[in-house]
Design a protein around this ligand. Structure first.
Ligand code: AMP
Length: 398
C-alpha cells in the first residue's frame, strides 16, 4: 500500500507553517516555515530528519509562492504524489462551524463571513486555502477551526452581561480558541488514564505563549477562558488576560492613549513581559526569578495565581474535577509553574508528587499528583497538527 500523507497548513498574515504527516504513525516527514511573506526578502525554511535549509522566495514572495516552494521541495523528495489531502487551521468558524468540514465554495464564503471575528487570521487562512487549491490541484481541502470545540459551551457561559442586541447584531459573545488542542488533549487524557472521556470531569490548561483553560465534561467543552478574542482570561506571554474594561477610558483620560494604542498595549506589551519588564518567555522569567529579579518574581506569582483562580472556576463549570491537565510549551515543560499552581489546589484534592512532577517533561506524559489525591493532575503533550491531519484524513475518506 502506498503511503498516504496529509499536508497541514497554518497561515498567518506574513507567515505560513506547514507539516507533512503520516496519518497512521503521526510521524512528521517534512515541516516548513515561511516568513516575511509579502516583503521582498521573504523566505521559507524546510526541516526534515533534523536538517534545515532555507529557500528565498524571490519571484513570488506571497502565500502562493510559499506553497509552490513547498510543492517543489516535495517533488525533489519524491513525496508530492503521496500527498492525499490538505488540512487547514482556521482560527474562527464563529457560530457557523461546530466541527471540521471539507472546504467547498460555500465553506470559503462561511470563513469570509467570520472575518469580523478574526480580522487578522481568517483572511490569512483563506490565502492558504486558495494557494493549496491552486498548487495541489484536485486534492480535498479540510478546514479545522480553533473555535469549533467550544461551540458546545452553554448560553449562560458564553453570554457577556452587555445589552443582548450586540450579540444579535454583531455576534458579540465568548467563542474561545485553542479548541483543536483541547479536543486532542481531552481524548489523550482519557486514553492515558484508561477512562471513558464521557465520565471524566477535566480542567485543561493550555499554557504556551498564548494561554487559556477549558472545562470539559461529558466529553464536551463546558467553558473556556478566552472570549470574543484571544485576549481574555489567563496572563500570557505578552497579553494581559482579564483586566477591568474601564482601563480604556482610564488610559484615554490619564495617559492620552486611544483605543488602538490601549488594545496594542494589552496584546503586545502586557502579560509576563509587561509585569517583568524583561521578557515574555517563561523560561527566562523563571531563570531571572531564581536570580532574584523582582519583576520576574512578581510576573510568575501573578501568572500562577490567575491560573489557580481559573482552575477553581473551571472546576465549577465541569461540575467538579477528576483530572487537571497541563499542556502547551509551559504546561508540558515547567515543573516550577505546575508545582506553584498545585500548591493552591489542595482544597480540590490535588497533592503534588514532586518527583513525578519533575520527571514529566520533554514530551513525556505523566501523572504528577500523589496516589492518595482525590483528583489527578496530569501532563499531556498536545499535538494540534496530528488532530488536523486525523480530521482531514477522515473527512477526505482516506
Ligand atoms: P508554546 O507557545 O506552546 O510553544 O510555548 C512557549 C512557551 O513555553 C514559552 O514561554 C517558553 O518559555 C515556555 N517553555 C518551553 N520550555 C520551557 C521550560 N522548560 N520551562 C519553562 N517554560 C518553558
Amino acid at each position: 500500500m502506498t503511503q498516504k500523507l496529509i499536508l497541514v497548513l497554518n497561515c498567518g498574515s506574513s507567515s505560513l507553517k506547514g507539516a507533512v504527516l503520516d496519518n497512521d504513525s503521526g510521524d512528521v516527514l517534512l515541516s516548513c516555515l515561511a516568513e516575511k511573506l509579502n516583503l521582498p526578502d521573504a523566505y521559507i525554511t524546510f526541516k526534515a530528519n533534523g536538517k534545515k535549509h532555507k529557500v528565498e522566495l524571490t519571484t513570488n514572495p506571497d502565500h502562493t509562492g510559499a506553497v509552490a516552494a513547498l510543492m517543489q521541495e516535495l517533488q525533489t523528495r519524491g513525496l508530492d504524489s503521496s500527498i492525499a489531502a490538505v488540512g487547514h487551521r482556521v482560527v474562527s468558524g464563529g457560530e457557523l462551524y461546530s466541527e471540521s468540514i471539507v472546504i467547498t465554495e460555500e465553506v470559503v464564503n462561511g470563513i469570509e463571513k467570520c472575518i469580523p471575528l478574526a480580522p487578522l487570521h481568517n483572511p490569512a487562512n483563506l490565502l492558504g486555502i486558495r494557494a493549496a487549491q491552486d498548487i495541489f490541484k484536485g486534492l480535498p481541502n479540510v478546514a479545522v477551526f480553533d473555535t469549533a470545540f467550544h461551540q458546545s459551551i452553554p448560553e449562560h457561559a458564553y453570554t457577556y452581561a452587555v445589552p443582548r442586541e450586540y450579540y444579535r447584531k454583531f455576534g458579540l459573545r465568548r467563542y474561545g480558541f485553542h479548541g483543536t488542542s483541547y479536543r486532542f488533549v481531552s481524548e489523550e487524557t482519557a486514553r492515558f488514564l484508561g477512562k471513558n472521556k464521557n465520565d471524566l470531569r477535566m480542567v485543561i490548561a493550555h499554557l504556551g505563549n498564548g494561554a487559556s483553560i477549558a472545562a470539559v465534561a461529558n466529553g464536551v467543552c463546558q467553558d473556556t477562558s478566552m472570549g470574543l478574542t484571544p485576549l481574555e482570561g489567563l496572563v500570557m506571554g505578552t497579553r494581559s488576560g482579564d483586566v477591568d474594561p474601564s482601563i480604556f477610558s482610564f488610559l484615554a483620560e490619564n495617559a492620552n492613549m486611544n483605543i488602538t494604542q490601549v488594545t496594542d498595549m494589552l496584546n503586545k506589551k502586557s502579560g509576563l513581559l509587561g509585569i517583568s519588564e524583561l521578557s515574555n518567555d517563561c523560561r527566562t522569567i523563571e531563570e531571572e526569578a531564581a536570580n532574584g529579579h523582582e519583576g520576574a518574581k512578581l510576573a510568575l506569582e501573578v501568572f500562577v495565581y490567575r491560573l489557580a483562580k481559573y482552575i477553581g472556576s473551571m472546576a465549577v463549570a465541569a461540575g467538579g474535577i477528576d483530572a487537571l491537565v497541563f499542556t502547551g510549551g509551559i504546561g508540558e515543560n515547567s515543573d516550577t509553574i505546575r508545582s506553584k499552581v498545585l500548591a493552591y489546589l489542595g482544597f480540590l484534592g490535588l497533592t503534588e508528587d514532586k518527583e513525578a512532577n519533575v520527571a514529566a517533561r520533554f514530551g513525556n506524559a505523566g501523572v504528577i499528583t500523589t496516589a492518595d489525591s482525590r483528583a489527578q493532575a496530569v501532563v499531556i503533550p498536545t499535538n494540534e497538527e496530528l488532530m488536523i491531519a486525523h480530521d482531514t484524513a477522515r473527512l477526505s475518506g482516506l
